[in-house]
Design a protein around this ligand. Structure first.
Ligand code: SF4
Ligand code: SF4
Length: 276
């Protein structure tokens, strides 16, 4: 099972719940591999107090123009959808590296075979283990825009090296491309939200994405008691609780710190229902 945990809005406690659900599934005897696909701000390892290890560099293709072969026809410049190539008058094309997605369309388009490959580092993936969970994370290099590529790198490494029976895919907040990339291939997903106007609005956006991807999904309402707003049909409701906040501050999942706490039991029951 590949289970996506997502949420249109940031700050809803998505990763806190994803980590606790993953641990609850592990406690039920399942091998769980956790893929932290929020590569701009990975945080699952912090919540698990895990040390990121087994660092691997992630690189992305950058075109290199052969000055002797290039006939200055401009085909590659016209083909690049990201405006990453430009051609100063009378010169061979230049690359704006920060705009290049590494799609290689320019290589295929060049009629003279004048474009070969170079590459640049865009970030790193990590593998670690804590509380019986296998964790794969990614960190995008500061100022690099290729979040989607980093998400792909985390998923590729996680699925290749991970030994889980269950994979938890924790996406970043929002409904943008890196979230879509993370959710692709999930068997089912849950969108974590909160009972606020903003929460409901962003929930609608992520549910639209999940609908377009054809992923069966449900809703988890976190801090469900912070307002009188009601989000109907939630698969799990977690009331606001000071103990949950304290565990978050200390970097220990509540299911580990307080296994008999009503919230821990609620999350365990939810994990049990997931396996039915
Ligand atoms: S690899 Fe893609 S994005 Fe980069 S310069 Fe070539 S066509 Fe443009
Ligand atoms: S398509 Fe090839 S030959 Fe034409 S400008 Fe680009 S690199 Fe040069």
């Amino acid at each position: 099972m590949i289970l996506g945990i997502t949420g249109g809005k940031g700050g809803t406690g998505k990763t806190v719940l994803a980590v606790n659900i993953a641990l609850a599934l592990a406690d039920l005897g399942r091998k769980v591999t956790y893929l932290d696909c929020d590569t701009d701000c990975p945080s699952a390892h912090i919540l698990l107090s895990a040390t990121l290890g087994k660092k691997q560099e992630v690189r992305s293709f950058i075109p290199a123009i052969d000055q002797d072969r290039c006939m200055k026809c401009g085909t590659c410049v016209a083909k690049c959808q990201f405006n990453a190539l430009y051609m100063p008058r009378g010169k061979t094309p230049q690359t704006a590296q920060s705009l290049c997605s590494g799609c290689k369309a320019c290589v295929l388009a060049c009629p003279y075979g004048a474009i070969s490959g170079s590459s640049k580092a865009i970030g790193w993936t990590y593998r670690s283990k804590k509380h019986g969970l296998e964790l794969f994370s990614g960190k995008l290099k500061p100022s690099e825009p290729l979040s989607e590529k980093m998400v792909e790198a985390v998923k590729q490494r996680g699925f290749e090296e991970g030994r889980g029976e269950i994979f938890i895919v924790d996406t970043s907040a929002g409904a943008h491309c890196p979230v879509v990339r993370a959710l692709e291939g999930c068997d089912r997903a849950f969108a974590v939200t909160e009972p606020t106007l903003f929460g409901e609005s962003d929930l609608a956006a992520i549910e639209e994405v999940l609908g377009k991807l054809g992923i069966p999904h449900g809703v988890i309402v976190n801090r469900s008691t912070i307002s009188s707003r009601k989000i109907n049909g939630a698969a799990l409701e977690i009331p606001y609780d000071r103990d949950m906040i304290d565990c978050y501050v200390l970097g220990v999942p509540i299911i580990r710190a307080l296994p008999e706490h009503p919230l821990s039991r609620k999350i365990s029951d939810f994990a049990r229902r997931l396996l039915k």
